[in-house]
Write a protein of this length. Structure first.
Length: 276
């Protein structure tokens, strides 16, 4: 097993599989299409050719269509990847559902040959911040407590640090927001169901969400975030992380003491000695 942490598991993988099985073609894949376009644009800017490609994802249909020569494997806890067998591994819109994202990255790095590229597209911590806020406040008012209803997702800085811990060179993480609007909270919930992105946390409440609580949540949502045209905004933060399997051709930091010029000289400023 590649579970790197002994922390309690967060995701109910059986429930997640059921939700993903209900994903609807078309609208259900709109975030995947955004991610595919973004990654294809990034790959076009890299002159290195890629011939052995594996895509790790819980939603194989849109990715197999976009990358017809790639091998597609499920995002299981232990990935079906052979060591040093790929020059490109893409973790496609699934890493935010991993119980152990660091372990997933390490497995992907081991599957790469030297100078192989790892790309991951996933949802980030700002995703559905409006829904998270409205549901938490509504549940507090109705039930005097809060249960986890929106998946906690990684911050971009955390993901950059994980790339380094996983052994990648030249780690980069960046993000952009995909903004959608909905006529009602019910339409937003329906969209999340069609994407297979509804709550699959082990700690989720098993209580039925009452109509009263949903009405209260929509009232709060509209009061706090509603748009002038009456629609409700929803933010999806898409993060892309990039790392390279170590290779001798990569730039390396200079050894301490190997500089040929003093810092003050390079900056063209007077050097002020430190006081004892």
């Amino acid at each position: 097993m590649f579970l790197m942490s002994k922390a309690p598991l967060l995701i109910d993988r059986t429930s997640l599989a059921r939700r993903r099985a209900r994903t609807k073609a078309g609208r259900g894949y709109f975030l995947h299409q955004e991610a595919i376009t973004d990654l294809q644009d990034r790959l076009q800017m890299i002159t290195k050719p890629f011939t052995d490609i594996t895509i790790v994802t819980g939603h194989p249909a849109p990715w197999a269509e976009a990358f017809p020569t790639a091998q597609v494997v499920p995002d299981d806890e232990v990935l079906n990847l052979l060591p040093a067998s790929n020059d490109l591994v893409i973790h496609a819109m699934s890493l935010h559902w991993a119980n152990d994202p660091l372990g997933q990255m390490i497995q992907c790095r081991r599957a790469l040959r030297p100078d192989g590229l790892f790309l991951a597209s996933l949802l980030g911590g700002k995703t559905l911040n409006e829904l998270r806020s409205a549901m938490s406040e509504a549940e507090t008012l109705v039930r005097s407590g809060v249960s986890p209803r929106v998946l906690p997702m990684a911050d971009i800085r955390d993901l950059g640090a994980l790339l380094s811990r996983a052994g990648f060179n030249l780690p980069v993480a960046d993000s952009h927001s995909v903004n959608a609007t909905y006529p009602s909270l019910n339409d937003l919930m329906h969209d999340l169901r069609s994407m297979g992105e509804t709550n699959a946390q082990l700690a989720r409440s098993r209580q039925f969400t009452t109509r009263h609580m949903l009405q209260k949540a929509e009232e709060i949502y509209r009061a706090r975030f509603g748009l002038p045209d009456g629609r409700l905004p929803a933010t999806y933060e898409q993060i892309c992380v990039t790392g390279w399997a170590p290779d001798d051709s990569h730039p390396k930091p200079l050894r301490p003491g190997s500089a040929k010029m003093r810092l003050a000289e390079a900056l063209n400023v007077p050097e002020v000695p430190l006081k004892d």
